[in-house]
Design a protein around this ligand. Structure first.
Ligand code: NAD
Length: 303
């Protein structure tokens, strides 16, 4: 490992993504601790050799590099506030590098990065793509926002978790890039579903249509990876929930509103993903949305 000062890593949020990232850090030689309020997540971490600690503060007290993998910006703020309350992010405290891999909000990241920089600590927004399998294999794509020097300090940990590290720009830039990407993925689920349902209605099976799409101009990661792996085999277990996808669509639209950017397609996509139209609960895997055997689109026409 390049830098002796960053060999103790802590992961807060040991869910579908955080657990895989913690395992990748451990494989790369980091001493890894973690915290999750769910007992099952703590137990799974312990079984994998990741030291489960009793609170986020304990993780900050134990590690120099802290990875957050939390549901939303409010959880990120709460974890930082807990560490601040314990004096672990004060001026003069041992410097911490915080890598926030949650799909969070640019304004929150900018505020936290500025506050923490004043106290001598680094905060990087580092949302990820690649799903639980990419997290477990250390093969994520990271969209990084923040200061170059702190990014350098975080690099050994980032390299343990990711195959691609894309430094997008200053604080918040990673969050913006991630929301723009996921808005497209949410849209591609709907447009691919529409296309396959049309193919089937007109006499061409979904598998045959998908084979053509994936050799032609209509393809996307959704058609090339998600449909063959999780939709057509009907396993619907990609590890990303419909609730998290709805969060991403909502955040992208809020960003568009603040940025004065019209997004008519995104507005319709958000309506189609809503529970009253799609029939999907937040806990359902988001792959269910693409099921060509279920009509999740025509309710919208009656609205
Ligand atoms: P998840 O629900 O599987 O895991 C989140 C974990 O956070 C849970 O184990 C939960 O118990 C824990 N948690 C909740 N409140 C907490 C708190 N206050 N302190 C510590 N832990 C807390 O979700 P996930 O799929 O792992 O997603 C995590 C983040 O990564 C989200 O922001 C999501 O949008 C993003 N993301 C997910 C995927 C994916 O494919 N699953 C891909 C890219 C990005």
């Amino acid at each position: 490992m390049a830098d002796d000062t960053v060999k103790r890593a802590g992961v807060i949020g040991l869910g579908a993504m955080g657990f895989g990232m913690a395992s990748s850090l451990a494989r790369a030689g980091f001493e890894v601790s973690g915290y999750d309020p769910a007992p099952a997540a703590q137990e799974r971490a312990s079984d994998a050799g990741i030291a489960p600690l009793a609170s986020p503060e304990d993780v900050f007290a134990t590690a120099e590099i802290i990875v957050l993998s939390l549901p939303a910006a409010a959880h990120v703020e709460a974890a930082i506030a807990a560490a601040q309350g314990a004096g672990l992010l004060a001026v003069g405290a041992a410097p911490k590098v915080i890598i926030d891999t949650s799909t969070s909000e640019a304004e929150v990241s900018r505020k936290l990065a500025a506050e923490l920089a004043d106290a001598g600590h680094g905060f990087l927004d580092a949302p990820v793509s690649g799903g639980p399998s990419g997290a477990a294999a250390g093969q994520l794509s990271v969209m990084l926002g923040g200061d170059e020097a702190w990014a350098g300090r975080a690099m050994p940990a980032l390299e343990a978790m990711a195959a691609k590290i894309l430094h997008v720009g200053p604080s918040g830039a990673g969050n913006v890039a991630k929301l723009v990407n996921n808005m497209l993925a949410a849209s591609h689920m709907i447009t691919t579903l529409e296309a396959l349902r049309l193919a089937e209605a007109a006499g061409v099976g979904a598998e045959d249509a998908l084979r053509v799409i994936n050799s032609a101009t209509g393809r996307s990661a959704i058609s090339e990876i998600h449909y063959p792996n999780w939709v057509l085999p009907r396993s619907f277990d990609s590890g990303f929930s419909t609730g998290l996808m709805r969060k991403d669509v909502r955040l992208a639209r809020e960003l568009a509103e603040r940025s004065g950017c019209a997004m008519p397609v995104a507005d319709l996509v958000a309506e189609l993903w809503a529970e009253e139209n799609s029939g999907l609960k937040d806990a359902d895997d988001f792959m269910h949305m693409g099921d060509p055997a279920v009509d999740r689109l025509s309710k919208k026409e009656k609205m």
